[in-house]
Structure formats: C-alpha cells, structure tokens
Design a protein around this ligand. Structure first.
Ligand code: GLY
Length: 372
C-alpha cells in the first residue's frame, strides 16, 4: 500500500494505492461518505463498461453498510465529454440535491474523470469529488492534478477548469480487466515520468517494464506509486502550469497530438500510443540538436518498442509530409507565430522547455522520420 500526498495549500489530498481498495470502499472513503444513508444515495458516475464491471460489486458492498449508490451512466469514449452530456450530468446532480459538502464518485478512465471533475467544478460553484480511476493512464496521469475539461467543436479539452479531487483511490487489481493495448498505452505515460525527470526510474523500467505490463503486483504498484509521486510533486509546485514545471508533463504530447490529429483521434492511434511515439520523436529531435547522444535517443526508442508501443513514425503509413504534421501543431494553445515551446531532453531523465524551435525545422525533421 502507498499513500501519496498532493500538498496543495487548502486543497491537499491523498492518492491511496492498494490492492482490493474497491472492495473496501466504505472504509477507504469513510470521511467522504458522510451525509449519505437511508433515502440518500451516493452519486456514482461511470461509463457503460465500468458500470458493467464494477456496479454490482459496489452496490453490494454499499448495501452491506446501509448505503446505496445512485448511478449516472454515459457511453464510453470521448463523446461523453460534450456540452450535452455535461448539462444532463449537472441537472442530475442538482436533482439529487448534492451540496457543496457532498462527494461525487467518478469511476472509470480519463473521460469520466474529466467530465465529472468539470461538472463538480461548476455545480453550486464547486462540489467535491473522488476519483476511482480504472485505466493505467487515468491512474498515473489524469486522475491526479485537477485538470478537468470537456471537448467542443474547436478542439479537445478547451473548456475546463482546475478542480482538484478530494481523494484518489487506486486499486491496481482493476487493471486485470483492462485490454492489453490500453495497458500499453497507459504504460507510455509511466515511461514518460522516467524520461522527463528520473533516470533511475527509467533504468528500472528498462529492466522491469515487462513485469508492469504483465500486471505483476509489486512491479505494478511501484510503477504507479513512483509515477504519481512525481506528478504530485510537480502539481504541488506548479498547479496551474504557470511555471515551466507542470509543462514537463507534456513530454511527447506536441508530436503526439499532431499524430493523433492526422489519424483523426481514432482507434488507429490511442492517446498513449501517440505520446509514446511523440517521446521517441522528442528524443531523436533532441539528439539532432546535440542535446542528448544518439545512443540515449536509441535507448528511449528501445524502451518504447520493447513495450509493444509504436516507435517508428514511418510504420504508421500516414501518407502526409512533415509540414502537414507541423500544421496541426500550429493550432496548439501554446503556439506563438512560427515557434512553439517544445518539450525536449537534455539527458535521459531530464526534460526542459525549448523556446527556440522553428516549426519549419520540425517539418524537415519529420520528413526524414516519415521516410523511415
Ligand atoms: N496530463 C498533464 C497534466 O496533468 O498536467
């Protein structure tokens, strides 16, 4: 078991990681269940998949303690992060009579967490919520740190708020039902922590990554706890990404976002897969600028390939050129004229924000990568 504090003044909370937490939820979340009881159910939000997998167990567990859940169930996937679903969820929470002292429980991946977090940030100007992440990606990234959002026609995550959860409960056992491809996609974000800020963790993952992917309990808990401990430190120091610190968590994301846009944000390339390939590109581009050695860039690529994640841009069969990928980057929130702040590596285990990167040079670099 690991308990990791997120030390935000006035809004500090804990991330608890322990096997079997979901089956002892009433104990684990006791202070956050006050106010619920006979005639007043606990609000839970899930998608149809997590509802099918976990609602039965949670209902039975709550019933054994004289509690009941009220369920709001959305369709799986990004389509749940819309104005329409947000409106229905807010209306449902208001109809339940939630107060600012109540806690809403979000059980699922990043989509459910982002949606519930944003709804809770606006209902009655701020209702509390508890995150129960059920994918590796949500466990090591989106459930911690308080970034909440929905998507609009203009793009993903452009409407949102910083709203920190009151508690995050991570039960690694729930990953048993996660498809292997999604497990690998979440593992890309684990590798990200090693690459951006912890060379020893990266080396540990090179040796033990296969155990994490096989869901071996000790290795899995170590990987999740180490990842979250780094995220918690970064969030506590730069909650709103106003310094260059929280931005480091976007390593691989600018390249990755362009690849996701080019593949239509579809199952062709999952977010974590795009981030994995984006990190290979960031490492290779850093080597091209002479900031890390080609051997170190090759180590980053090898760790990603060894996890079964996409590591070669040419293999995607994109049929576009580097300029087309660079055009997707121009729409990035952080773009300034012909340049874009880029997350690069000055060592394996040390990322930094480069502000002198010309998109034309990125396009030329990507032409070489697309050609193989
Ligand atoms: N996923 C990046 C962040 O939370 O800042």
């Amino acid at each position: 078991m690991a308990v990791i504090p997120v030390a935000l003044a006035g809004r500090a909370y804990e991330v608890v990681i322990a096997e079997g937490l979901f089956s002892r939820l009433v104990d684990a979340a006791a202070p956050f269940l006050r106010g619920y009881g006979p005639g007043r159910g606990v609000p839970f939000v899930a998608d149809t998949n997590t509802h099918r997998l976990f609602a039965g167990g949670i209902d039975a567990h709550l019933a054994a303690h004289g509690l009941a859940a009220e369920w709001f169930v959305v369709e799986p996937g990004e389509d749940a992060k819309t104005w329409g679903v947000l409106e229905k969820l807010c209306d449902w929470l208001l109809a339940l009579g939630v107060t600012r002292k109540d806690h809403v429980f979000a059980i699922g991946g990043g989509v459910v967490g982002d949606l519930v977090g944003f709804a809770c940030s606006v209902v009655k100007r701020g209702v509390c919520f508890v995150q129960l992440p059920t994918t590796l990606l949500a466990q090591v990234d989106s459930s911690v740190g308080g970034k909440t959002a929905i998507n609009t026609r203009a793009g993903k995550n452009l409407i949102g708020a910083f709203h920190q959860p009151a508690l995050v409960l991570i039960d690694p056992l729930v990953l048993a039902s996660l498809p292997d491809r999604e497990m690998r996609a979440g593992y890309a974000e684990v590798l990200k922590y090693g690459l951006l800020g912890d060379a020893a963790f990266f080396a540990w993952l090179e040796a033990n990554g296969h155990k994490v992917l096989a869901r071996e309990p000790a290795a899995l808990e170590h990987a999740i706890a180490t990842s979250i401990a780094m995220k918690a430190r970064i969030v506590a120091a730069d909650e709103r990404e106003t310094e260059d610190l929280r931005a480091l968590l976007n390593l691989g994301h600018t390249f990755g976002h362009a690849l996701e846009a080019e593949t239509g944000f579809s199952d062709r390339l999952l977010h974590g897969e795009a981030v994995a390939l984006g990190m290979v590109l960031a490492a290779k581009y850093s080597a091209r600028r002479g900031e890390i050695s080609r051997e170190d860039a090759a180590r980053a690529e090898a760790a990603i390939a060894a996890a079964g994640l996409p590591a070669r841009t040419a293999d995607l069969g994109l049929g576009c050129d580097g300029a087309a990928l660079a055009r997707h980057m121009r729409h990035d929130k952080k773009a300034e004229g012909t340049t874009l702040p880029f997350l690069l590596l000055c060592a394996l285990g040390e990322a930094y924000v480069a502000r002198d990167v010309e998109l034309a040079d990125i396009a030329a670099f990507l032409d070489g990568e697309l050609a193989g």
